[in-house]
Ligand binder design. Structure first.
Ligand code: GLU
Length: 314
């Protein structure tokens, strides 16, 4: 008979210890100079269950910039405001074996980015949000995030400036899409919005809440409020399952087995439907840009709490 293990303090301590033992296999992102200043020894893990009970371990008050994790918020807002059909005229729904900031496929195949989590796709989403909201677009993203986590987020001016000054690659993506007539308008304003959303700060408990919201079909467990439409949630979960960890998405599906999303900050969120929202942070990354200790922590949690068997249970 299958016996379901429960979340407990000792498990989180064990997960932290074992996950941090592998952090030396990774390196902190340094292509954004401000991110290179973060200590690789930080670790934070938050899990919230559907009763709103929060389990935490590590440096849980540490604030970090969301980087690609913000793409979940911006995409949710774009789908709810503009509708799925409009959004997916500008981005695909397919995973890509390329790195998150790859230029290659845009020219070789199509200027339409493979999916909204590739940098090119997220910049295209920013163009839609900017065209819909103008200069208010960033505030709209922050307000939407408040709806999802219960906290109006702050923002790191330092990381924003640092990325903005060094973003040659993201600029190349945006200008390429404009040069072939795929994006219209002032791409610098779209990029500015993109760098700002990447510089929104959060703690792992915010990621856990965000993940939990997706795992409960968009209904907040604490307030009972319906925050996201069911269709938006299903679209997000499908994309996270197939594309959430870039070219590491397949391995994540095998080893952890739930929908997830990572960022080069070292954060990962994971949706364990009907059970938990999980947020983990540790800044040393593997070659694909995913947190080494974060991945290990999620793998250990999944093994012990049987995330991968969820779909098979009655
Ligand atoms: N701001 C980062 C960039 O555009 C986000 C990438 C990520 O987190 O994967 O390169």
């Amino acid at each position: 008979m299958f016996v379901q293990a429960e979340m407990n303090e000792a498990l989180l301590s064990e997960v932290r210890k074992k996950a941090m033992a592998v952090r030396h296999e990774g390196r902190v992102a340094n292509y954004i100079p401000e991110l290179a200043k973060v200590s690789p020894d930080l670790f934070s893990l938050s899990c919230m269950d559907t009763n709103g009970v929060l389990w935490e371990k590590g440096e849980t008050e540490h604030l970090f910039t969301m980087q690609s994790l913000s793409k979940i918020v911006a995409l949710s807002l774009a789908i709810e405001k503009l509708g799925t059909d409009t959004v997916f005229k500008y981005v695909g729904m397919e995973p890509s074996a390329d790195s998150f900031n790859s230029l290659m496929r845009l020219e070789m195949s199509s200027p339409k980015p493979s999916n909204p989590f590739m940098n090119a796709g997220a910049i295209a989403i920013c163009s839609l949000l900017y065209n819909a909201y103008g200069e208010d677009a960033f505030d709209e993203i922050c307000a939407f995030m408040e709806g999802m986590t219960g906290v109006y987020p702050s923002f790191s001016e330092e990381v924003f400036e640092s990325e903005s000054k060094t973003a040659d690659r993201n600029r190349s993506l945006a200008y390429f899409m404009k040069s072939v007539g795929f994006l219209h308008g002032d791409v610098e304003t779209f990029l500015n919005l993109y760098f700002k959303q990447c510089s929104i700060t959060c703690r792992t408990r915010d990621l856990a809440k965000l993940a939990l919201l997706l795992g409960t079909r968009g209904i907040c467990c604490e307030t009972g409020k319906n925050i996201l439409q069911k269709e938006t949630v299903y679209t997000l979960l499908g994309l996270m399952t197939t594309c959430g960890l870039y070219n590491g998405s397949g391995e994540f599906a095998v080893r952890v087995g739930v929908a997830g999303k990572s960022g080069v900050c070292g954060g990962i969120l994971a949706v364990v439907p009907g059970r938990f929202g999980v947020g983990v942070f540790s800044p040393a990354l593997d070659a694909m840009g995913n947190s080494v200790a974060g991945l290990r922590a999620l793998e250990l949690l999944s093994d012990t709490l049987d995330f991968r068997g969820l779909a098979l249970r009655k």
